[in-house]
Design a protein around this ligand. Structure first.
Ligand code: NAD
Length: 501
């Protein structure tokens, strides 16, 4: 079927669908069948400006809408989302491939941020000091920025945008969301939901596209801040370009997450956790465990337990009764498989080979089963690079200190975990490890909405993490007001620098 015959996914502006005029489009596939199911518009500069300028025009009225009305709208969005989350999960599975229960989990984690944003009146409440100087009062307030851009990756088409837009909107900003071209439909579904919730036209907009659209967000004078999530090279680029245009930028990048298993850990619980966190969502999570660091003599036994569990995983179409779906595109599947080829050549021991998987899904689906590599060393490409697929590498070390040194030498610092029954060792680890999010006997330590999400080192460029208090600060700026109501007796000239009296 020609791409032009397929349902076209366009932009969303002023609470209406907008096809755009670029004439550019990309194919969207169902990863479980390999079929092209839709085409997504790719904006050119003029389309991008139209969307951004609509958001800019909507800003003054939205900023001046009372907190009570803004919160009521966000609350209605939360209610509608909660009622209709299955629809969104189906869209995610159809374009990303993750199994439906996982897609529902993604929506639930996004919804938590919507719920957090309903507390915005309290979160942006300032302070007040009466009589700071004689007859002088001081108060602080936080105000919205204007238009904010959100650029999302393919792997969480709903949750990652929801890390940002509920807070941005509740705080009084207007939003332009640029979804991934690989999974563009969830954003449109959420845009329609906002309209149904009563959000005024122009407050939440969707701009479909690629680098051209992102570059316009990074350089257009109406855009005041950009929240980006994606791979490290693009995050670096986005941060450099956005800040060079005077924008506030938070750019969350890639990851290589280690899970350390100490000799005293419960190996069955640890093996369960490695499999869940290594192969869930086919390893396409920025918080997936991709490197298991086995400390001491437990390695053989741990590898045996992980392999037994991984063999039981049912790989297949996420709408069927399966545990793990396909990879997002054929090109990505081939890239991940090439790391397995190279690992073998470089001397890793292939315990489980996902290239041989028989999947419960379409013949042309982008399949790769769970893959387990043992005796991986830090110089192998399966360790040095972010693979972003269902490939778990086991590195063997002799001591806690060696494990810590390995993690701290890694250029990424998104998430990490330690499995142990030794509270002292866990306490040492959380203090010494140079990573932003730590799990103690928790393999995917994604913080709750009221804490902030973000890594260290090459996993985040900028100063501010997502959601929680840091998210509120990112989407607002502070102002301090000093007030004096003068009585006639206070008159007179004084050219000196004001001092408290
Ligand atoms: P990606 O970097 O290819 O794309 C992310 C976004 O950037 C997309 O919207 C894409 O259209 C846009 N983009 C791509 N190339 C661009 C360019 N040259 N200039 C401007 N914009 C560009 O990432 P992806 O493959 O969609 O997502 C997977 C990556 O995202 C992984 O590296 C993963 O670790 C990372 N990720 C990180 C987090 C986190 O919280 N740190 C969360 C989810 C995903």
């Amino acid at each position: 079927m020609a791409i032009s015959d397929l349902r076209r996914v366009g932009h969303w502006v002023d609470n209406k669908a907008f096809a755009g005029n670029s004439g550019r489009a990309a194919a969207v596939t169902n990863p479980a069948t390999g079929a092209v199911t839709r085409e997504v518009a790719l904006a050119h500069v003029a389309d991008s400006r139209e969307v951004i300028e609509s958001a800019a025009a909507a800003f003054p009225a939205w900023r001046d809408t009372s907190l009570a009305k803004r919160v009521a709208t966000v609350f209605r969005f939360r209610e509608l989302l909660n009622q209709r989350k299955e629809e969104l999960a189906e869209i995610i599975t159809g374009e990303h491939g993750k199994v439906l229960s996982d897609a529902l989990g993604e929506v639930a984690r996004g919804q938590e941020v919507v719920e957090f944003a309903c507390g915005i009146p309290h979160l942006i409440k300032g302070g007040f000091s009466e009589n700071a100087s004689s007859s002088v009062d001081v108060h602080s307030t936080r105000q919205p920025l204007g238009v904010v851009g959100i650029v999302a990756p393919f792997n969480f088409p709903a949750m990652v945008p929801m890390w940002f837009f509920p807070i941005a909107i509740a705080a009084g900003n207007t939003v332009v969301l640029k979804p991934s071209e690989k999974a563009p439909s969830a954003a449109l579904w959420m845009a329609e939901l906002w309209a149904e919730a009563g959000l005024p036209a122009g407050v939440f907009n969707v701009l479909q596209g690629d680098k051209i659209a992102v570059d316009e967000l990074l350089s257009h004078r109406a855009v005041k801040a950009v929240s980006f999530v994606g791979s490290t090279p693009v995050a670096q680029y986005v941060y450099a370009k956005g800040t060079s245009h005077g924008k506030r930028v938070q750019a969350l990048g890639g990851a290589k997450n280690h899970a350390v298993v100490l000799p005293d850990a419960d190996l069955d619980l640890a093996a369960d956790a490695m499999v869940n966190a290594g192969f869930g969502s086919a390893g396409e999570r920025c918080m997936a465990v991709s490197a298991v660091v086995a400390v001491g003599a437990l390695a053989d036994s741990l590898v045996t337990k992980i392999a037994a569990r991984a063999r039981a995983i049912r790989t297949g179409d996420g709408t069927r009764n399966t545990d793990m779906g396909p990879l997002v595109t054929a090109a990505h599947r081939d890239r991940v498989a090439s790391y397995v080829d190279r690992a073998e050549q470089e001397g890793a021991q292939l315990v489980l080979d996902g290239r041989q998987v028989t999947a419960d899904g379409g013949r042309d689906g982008f399949w790769l089963g769970p893959t387990l590599l043992d005796h991986v060393t830090p110089d192998m490409s399966c360790y040095t690079d972010e693979i972003f697929g269902p490939v778990l590498s086991v590195l063997r070390v002799d001591s806690y200190d060696e494990a810590l040194e390995l993690i701290n030498a890694n250029p990424y610092g998104n998430g990490t975990a330690i499995f142990t029954n030794d509270g002292g060792a866990a306490r040492r680890f959380q203090n010494e490890v140079e990573v932003g999010m730590i799990g103690i006997n928790v393999p995917i330590p994604v913080p709750m909405a009221y804490y902030s999400f973000g890594g260290w080192k090459n996993s985040l460029f900028g100063d501010t993490h997502a959601h929680g208090t840091e998210g509120v600060h990112f989407f607002t700026r502070g102002k301090v007001v000093t007030t004096r109501w003068r009585a006639p007796r206070d008159g007179g000239l004084n050219l000196g620098f004001p001092q408290t009296v």
